[in-house]
Design a protein around this ligand. Structure first.
Ligand SMILES: Nc1ncnc2c1ncn2[C@@H]1O[C@H](COP(=O)(O)OP(=O)(O)O)[C@@H](O)[C@H]1O
Ligand SMILES: [Mg+2]
Length: 288
């Protein structure tokens, strides 16, 4: 079976010459929940931005390819690419207030997705929007639909964004630490909702997280990154087992779990870091 998402040897550099992604390969099957884990600066966000064609101005692609559903994203012309992304790849942004249009009522913003992507008419898209708001757990959807983004709580706004992301049953949803701005109780609810929607819409999920309990509970497979390299990739059971590579084991032990607040975490041992540093240095010697 061919992968839904197939990133091969993706190399990204800063325009000043520094390497950001050092030959990253990630594959995810249809309906797979794939965790992207690593310490801050590992390159996880850069991977998601490369898929979405939204790299910062000072980064460029130096090599590799990204295939999605049999299209080569890096070779596509901008407009078919935008259509493909709009219809089949959705994102759950981290900051719901920034991601919603401040001056447009919630119900309209959800309905817009049905109008634009599925060409629903006005009545049909409004009905679909209300139904979806209810499905994602927005209370009193009729009432909420008439509100502006700032009038909703942070959790309700995140529910709205999840509604928008899953509205058209995308093949892939990308979520880059989507609960970072929420308190622990809200995080649990939102994670559950993301898992439920991923399941019911039969979407694949590429999930950037630093939370080990999220990895353990939600992911089918995991890619561990460090300094723009893939350290290890495999089924979650393997990645959480004693058979995982030393850095994977150390990273997992250093990751917090939202369901065990206050737990004492093990820092990644210096010896393990030193080995990775050597790999990075070796890559950089070959790719100046
Ligand atoms: N806008 C940017 N311009 C240049 N470098 C950036 C930018 N954003 C991030 N970086 C650098 O790219 C590397 C990877 O960062 P990032 O993909 O954000 O990692 P992660 O999401 O895993 O924390 C880091 O070294 C970071 O400093
Ligand atoms: Mg990031």
């Amino acid at each position: 079976m061919s992968a839904l998402l197939d990133i091969r040897d993706l190399r990204i550099r800063r325009k000043d010459g520094g390497n950001v992604l050092r030959g990253v390969s990630v594959t995810a099957a249809a309906r797979e929940v794939h965790g992207l884990v690593g310490e801050s600066g590992a390159g996880r966000t850069t991977v998601t931005r490369a898929i979405l064609g939204m790299l910062p101005d000072d980064m460029r692609i130096a090599g590799g390819r990204i295939r999605f559903d049999d299209s080569d994203l890096l070779d596509m012309h901008p407009s078919p690419r935008r259509r493909l992304l709009g219809r089949h790849i959705a994102t759950i942004p981290r900051d719901p207030l920034m991601a919603l249009t401040p001056s447009r009522r919630i119900g309209r913003q959800v309905a817009d997705v049905f109008r634009e992507n599925l060409k629903f008419g006005r009545t049909e898209s409004r009905r679909a929007a209300l139904q979806l708001l209810e499905e994602v757990g927005v209370r009193e959807p009729e009432h909420a639909a008439e509100r502006y983004p700032y009038e909703l709580s942070a959790v309700a706004r995140q529910r709205v964004l999840i509604a928008i992301a899953f509205a058209c049953s995308p093949k892939l949803v990308i979520a880059d630490e989507p609960t970072a701005a929420l308190d622990v109780t809200a995080q649990m609810q939102i994670l559950r909702l993301i898992a439920d929607m991923t399941e019911s819409r039969r979407s694949a999920l590429l999930f950037v997280t630093h939370d080990l309990s999220v990895v353990a509970r939600m992911c089918d497979r995991v890619t561990v990154m460090h300094e723009g390299m893939v350290v290890e990739q495999g089924p979650v059971s393997q990645m959480l087992s004693k058979d995982a590579q030393p850095f994977t084991r150390a990273l997992m032990a250093s990751m917090p779990r939202h369901d065990r607040p206050g737990e004492i975490l093990e820092p990644v041992p210096e010896l393990v870091r030193a080995e990775l540093r050597a790999r990075v240095a070796e890559y950089d010697r070959r790719h100046r």
